[in-house]
Design a protein. Structure first.
Length: 193
């Protein structure tokens, strides 16, 4: 579940974004890990005199809005204790990865079990010496340290991670239940319409 929690603090940014980012990751990662989650990303940007710290966390089973709130409180306290963001104001945003996050690591694929995904197949030499690459679309039925199991056109297939490029979750919409549409169509709303 994707959610955002904002926390305002009166701490200030330090200069040197990449060094800042590494330092912040070093500070936040143990706290996130202690909560049973993975730190998926940290990004520091400036917005005028204020800094924005975006943190992305994930875990097996997904991240709830309650998890986001808990992580936000814990990370805010850790940042403030260490004076990691300096003296000026900053905003902390904590969220979970969206469906647009590429599946690049075994844990990403494992967390996508049951989802429909598309991934490019890594190029392999064709018989005429040119590279031939294509994509595969299927439902993730399992993932382990060696690779991914996909159901492709009703057939189970196994791919090693080196055979796949970054996977992408496909958005699926549930069909409308015809009975539900018919039952609600004739009902009047509170305004009589």
């Amino acid at each position: 579940m994707q959610g955002n929690s904002r926390h305002e603090s009166s701490r200030s940014p330090s200069r040197g974004a990449s060094a800042d980012t590494e330092r912040i990751v070093g500070l936040l990662e143990p706290a996130v890990t202690a909560m049973g989650m993975d730190l998926e990303g940290v990004r520091i940007t400036s917005a005028g005199r204020r800094r924005l710290l975006r943190v992305v966390v994930d875990c097996d089973g997904g991240v709830s809005l309650d998890d986001i709130a808990l992580v936000s409180r814990e990370l805010s306290a850790a940042l403030d204790r260490a004076a990691a963001m300096g003296e000026a104001s900053y905003t902390l945003e904590v969220s979970s990865p969206g469906v647009d996050r590429p599946l690049t690591e075994p844990k990403h694929w494992r967390r996508a079990v049951g989802r429909l995904v598309t991934a490019p197949l890594m190029a392999s030499p064709a018989t005429d010496g040119r590279s031939a690459a294509s994509a595969v679309t299927g439902r993730v039925t399992g993932a382990d340290a060696q690779g991914v199991r996909l159901e492709v056109d009703g057939e189970g297939r196994v791919f090693g991670y080196s055979e796949l490029g970054p996977g992408r979750i496909e958005i699926e919409f549930a069909p409308l239940d015809h009975d539900d549409r018919d039952n609600g169509a004739d009902e009047e709303g509170p305004d009589g319409h």
